[in-house]
Design a protein. Structure first.
Length: 231
């Protein structure tokens, strides 16, 4: 009987020692660069559906609203420091115009006009799909403000669908800025959005961004959840 108890105790001690060795080995493994521990958990992001809007630079704000004019915040946006301003403008194209186009703040280095393809058809232009911040040869639109007008032909775009991610969170998901992923929606009109660009930044809110045309196609609204699929 005694020998049996000794054998049991010996086996328990051996199991404990093996478990301790495994834990020590795991703790000694180097973390990935930046100290971020990878995870295989599903990536689920809230959706932000963006209506037509415009970002202005200092020069164009002065031209449209008066020299030295400052934007007035209407409501904050999901990303820290960004806001929808009280100010709106008119966009005029070859075939029509859109009124009440919201200005977003703060000011940027270059003016940028983001519209949907439905908006573009109404205006009579065919804009390229571009990432926010890009410039290049685009159709021309006239921006009408209370104090003046300006034309823009280098940043009239349909924004590339994208996913904002906090940089460390993205790294834990095995993703980095510029990666391409997919976004799967749910519901009775569920679809998979291809060619979603990952945009990362320190302290960013994790959010999937599309325009109103895309939102209507999938019958999703701001706040709905999508699953990000790694390509």
């Amino acid at each position: 009987m005694a020998s049996t108890q000794e054998e049991i105790i010996y086996q328990l001690v051996q199991q404990y020692m093996q478990a301790s060795e495994q834990i020590t080995a795991a703790e000694s493994e180097p973390l990935p660069r930046g100290g971020v521990v990878p995870t295989t958990e599903p990536i689920r992001l809230s959706t932000g559906v963006s209506n037509r809007h415009i970002h202005l630079d200092r020069r164009d704000l002065d031209e449209l609203f008066g020299e030295g004019y400052e934007l007035t915040e209407h409501q904050p946006l999901s990303q820290a420091g960004m806001f929808a301003a009280q100010e709106t403008v008119i966009l005029a194209g070859p075939k029509g115009a859109l009124t009440g186009v919201r200005v977003l703040g703060p000011l940027r280095g270059n003016t940028q006009i983001e519209i949907s393809f439905s908006d573009a058809r109404h205006l009579g232009v065919v804009p390229p799909v571009m990432q926010s911040g890009q410039t290049g040869k685009t159709p021309e639109l006239t921006i009408v403000g209370p104090k003046g007008t300006v034309t823009n032909n280098n940043a009239v775009m349909v924004a590339w669908r994208h996913a904002h991610m906090e940089v460390d969170r993205a790294a834990a998901w095995g993703l980095k800025d510029g990666d391409i992923v997919k976004a799967r929606t749910s519901g009775d009109r569920s679809i998979v959005f291809e060619n979603v660009v990952v945009r990362t930044g320190k302290g960013w809110v994790n959010e999937f961004h599309i325009d109103t045309d895309e939102g209507n196609t999938a019958n999703i609204r701001t706040g709905d959840i999508v699953e990000i699929v790694r390509c």
